[in-house]
Design a protein around this ligand. Structure first.
Ligand code: PLP
Length: 373
């Protein structure tokens, strides 16, 4: 039996052909026509003026915080329900991290965000809010931007999981002074590993691009007035990205159908993380009664060769951030305890879905038997 992965790459001959094209051009380097084309298409997709393709979403966030010169004098606020890369750079830079709980959709709770922003503004320190579009569902860009503006905080958005999603009429990646995408192997569009910074600011884009290639000055020799990174995307990987973006509508359609399949099934007594308009269905999330049931279902999936995983463990529960300030916390704790990410790859076949359904059905009947005892 083939193993069913959570979110495997959806690639075929088209990506292979684009990689061959890049290879034949001899731009086997972190620059070249595929990088330029990929950036042009990413800017168009996100509705931004500029896109800078880099080696990962994590690198994109690091470059943004380096551009802003975030250090120990800053307060950085972020949703607690996210992947650690959202806040890793702020942590390493010594910023005071503050976490904010989510609402029932998994995205940041606006009233708790307001409380955190209000507190930060009363302290008179530079403040950054790193928003997150959780599991491909955009947070409310208009509300978050308004709140950050009201309390004098900068806003960047971690849209790593949200390529192709939207918040109202706005594309994922269009929020804040800049946003980031990830093209990690499990993302909706992959370059095997990669990321991008999206922004309308030429100054920010130019600086991020420069820092991603060791911050070399425009001189004949290697002149440096600052220290940069080696974070540029390779032309070979950009070729995969160009091809992936061409099939993004197909991927989104397939993912939406998988989301609908699970929702229809769950209407029989199971709960899903609520649908958010414009979501890209990166991962479908089922909510069970408690963590015992969650772990039992993950084990049943595993026994049938199916990968699933718990919802992100909130940052305020992570040992590395213990003792940190958190606004609220109970909602994300509950989603973590009960949430399980279901296989959501765009290439899932009807047979794969039936295999997953069979495990879910067995789980429901076991639960029903246990509760009738
Ligand atoms: C919310 C979030 N932020 C950041 C990242 C980091 O992206 P990357 O893996 O490309 O470094 C990821 C995914 O991996 C993510 O899910």
């Amino acid at each position: 039996m083939n193993r069913i992965f959570l979110s495997p790459p959806f690639v075929d001959e088209a990506e292979r052909a684009k990689v061959a094209e890049a290879f034949d051009s001899n731009y086997v380097a972190p620059c070249g026509p595929m990088v330029d084309l990929f950036e042009e298409r990413l800017a168009r997709l996100s509705g931004r003026k500029h896109a800078v393709a880099v080696s990962s979403g994590t690198a994109a966030i690091e470059l943004l915080l380096a551009h802003l010169k975030v250090d120990g004098s800053w307060i950085v606020i972020a949703p607690t329900l996210t992947f650690i890369a959202t806040v890793g750079s702020a942590y390493r830079r010594g910023a005071s991290l503050r976490f904010v709980d989510c609402d029932a959709t998994g995205n940041v709770d606006a009233s708790l965000l307001e409380a955190a922003l209000k507190d930060a503004s009363s302290e008179g320190r530079k403040t950054l809010f790193i928003g997150v579009d959780l599991y491909g569902r955009c947070c409310d860009y208009d509300i978050v931007e308004r709140l950050c503006e009201r309390y004098g905080a900068l806003f960047v958005c971690d849209s790593a999981e949200a390529v192709g999603a939207s918040s109202g009429s706005r594309a994922a990646g269009s929020a804040g002074i800049a946003a980031v995408y990830s093209f990690n192997g499990n993302k909706i569009v992959t370059t095997s590993g990669g990321g991008a910074v999206l922004t309308d600011s030429k100054e920010l884009a130019d600086h991020v691009r420069k820092m991603s290639t060791q911050s070399r000055e425009n001189t004949l020799w290697y002149e440096h007035v600052e220290v940069g990174f080696n974070y540029r995307m390779s032309n070979i990987l950009a070729a995969i990205g160009v091809s992936q973006l061409e099939k993004l509508p197909r991927i989104l359609e397939a993912k939406a159908a998988i989301g609908e399949f699970y929702s229809a099934f769950a209407s029989d007594g199971l709960e899903m993380l609520p649908h958010v308009e414009g979501e890209n269905h990166w991962l479908s999330v089922l909510l069970l009664e408690n963590s015992f049931k969650r772990d039992a279902l993950i084990a049943s999936f595993e026994a049938s060769g199916i990968e699933s995983r718990p919802v992100w463990k909130p940052m305020h529960l992570q040992p590395v951030f213990s003792g940190g300030r958190v606004y609220g916390g109970k909602m994300s704790e509950d989603l973590f305890a009960r949430g399980i990410c279901l296989p959501s790859g765009a290439g899932l076949s009807p047979d794969d879905l039936e295999r997953i359904k069979a495990v879910l059905k067995a789980h429901i009947s076991l639960s029903a038997m246990a509760s009738s005892r």
